[in-house]
Write a protein that binds this ligand. Sequence first.
Ligand code: ZN
Length: 297
Amino acid sequence: MKKLVLSLVTVVLSVLVVAPVYADASTEYFRWPAEGTVTSEYGMRWGDMHEGIDIAKKGDVPVTAAYSGYVTRSTEMNGYGNIITIRHKIGGDTYETAYAHLRSKAVSVGDYVDIGDFIGWMGNTGDSSGQHLHFEVHKPSWRNSTNPRDYLGSRAGVLDGTEFNPTNGSYGYVQIDTSPEYGVNVYDAPNGDFVKRVPGQSVYGVYAKEDGYYNLGGNQWVKEGSVNFKRFRAYVNYDHRYGVNVYDAPSSNGDFIKKVSGNDVFNVYEYRNGYYNLGAGQWVKGDNLLIIKPLFN
Ligand SMILES: [Zn+2]
């Protein structure tokens, strides 16, 4: 009996010791908002408070929402340059994240964004020397900054920003929604015969959807419920002052219809011959769009 009591005490103590570790881990709500190197941390810097962290990278670097929520600011602010703030509700708490020095802004006040959604390009506007993202986390709201590091998990989920080169006929991707060792069955038709098994977490282009099955190219179909589908999303690869031409066919023989503005985001309905179908017979040349790799949460 004494032994049992002792081991119970041990168990209770272990739980008490372990619990805070879990509590820390559970605050890692936010996805890293950009690729790059952290060049400056949160805290006192040159006698001033640095209210966020700086993430720097050269080139065209997409900035994405660290968590789902509503856009509360999309403006130009002294020092911050082009800045976007987003309000998040997580459990019973409210947070506001800020993304500053942007080259351009792709969302407006009141917009709802999902975690990982593109919100603008990393830039060098405002009081900034060299392109970087200044990222802040406020709790519960603006002007109550806290260390973003406390809320950022591993960098595994960072959008890689690589351009996709989809194959003819595709319009999105699926990721197999099981553990890696489990996987799902591939059939030769919707409700057809078993062909093979593909591993969980693997990613495939999607060419069609019929009767609750996605086509992965050729005679390979997977059931809708076992995969996570993401349509390609196209971002016009110029800032708002420019636009790109829209044609009525996926070739240089297509007729000009109109111009669409830079920073706009479109669903892609098909990729063909280097052109993307933005719906309703509107085609844009691939060079003018950046297709962001779909994110799987
Ligand atoms: Zn900064």
